[in-house]
Design a protein around this ligand. Structure first.
Ligand SMILES: [Cu+2]
Length: 123
């Protein structure tokens, strides 16, 4: 019984170590992380070219959000979500782009200022 507990503890420690190492690797050595910020009434960059599987870090300041929309909504300066990605006001969030296509997004309160962007994902 005592032996089983010891084996269990060792397994837990090993899995913790493994997950920590993995996280560190993802942060430090994954060169496919790209960042989009909201330094003013615009996204920076507002056009981003990425590769399939890239991680995009959206880092929004408190008065801006980033909501994925359809191409039509984007073109019409409308703000209706297409139920894609959604970054709340002031939120920092990673999204992984798993389709080779153009993603369109807007800042809902500032679409009148043309605050919108696209992410072009290449194969
Ligand atoms: Cu905004």
């Amino acid at each position: 019984m005592e032996k089983q507990i010891r084996v269990c503890l060792i397994l837990i420690v090993i899995s913790l170590l493994f997950s920590c190492t993995k996280n560190t690797l993802e942060i430090n050595e994954n060169s496919n992380i790209k960042t989009i910020t909201s330094p003013g009434m615009y996204f920076s960059p507002d056009t981003l070219i990425a590769s399939l599987g890239d991680t995009i870090t959206f880092s929004m300041t408190p008065t801006h959000n980033a909501i994925e929309v359809s191409e039509e909504t984007y073109t019409n300066n409308d703000t209706q979500s297409n139920n894609g990605f959604s970054i709340n006001y002031g939120e920092t969030k990673n999204i992984i782009l798993d389709q080779a296509k153009v993603y369109y997004y807007v800042c809902q309160p500032h679409i009148q200022f043309n605050m919108k962007g696209i992410i072009i994902v290449l194969e």
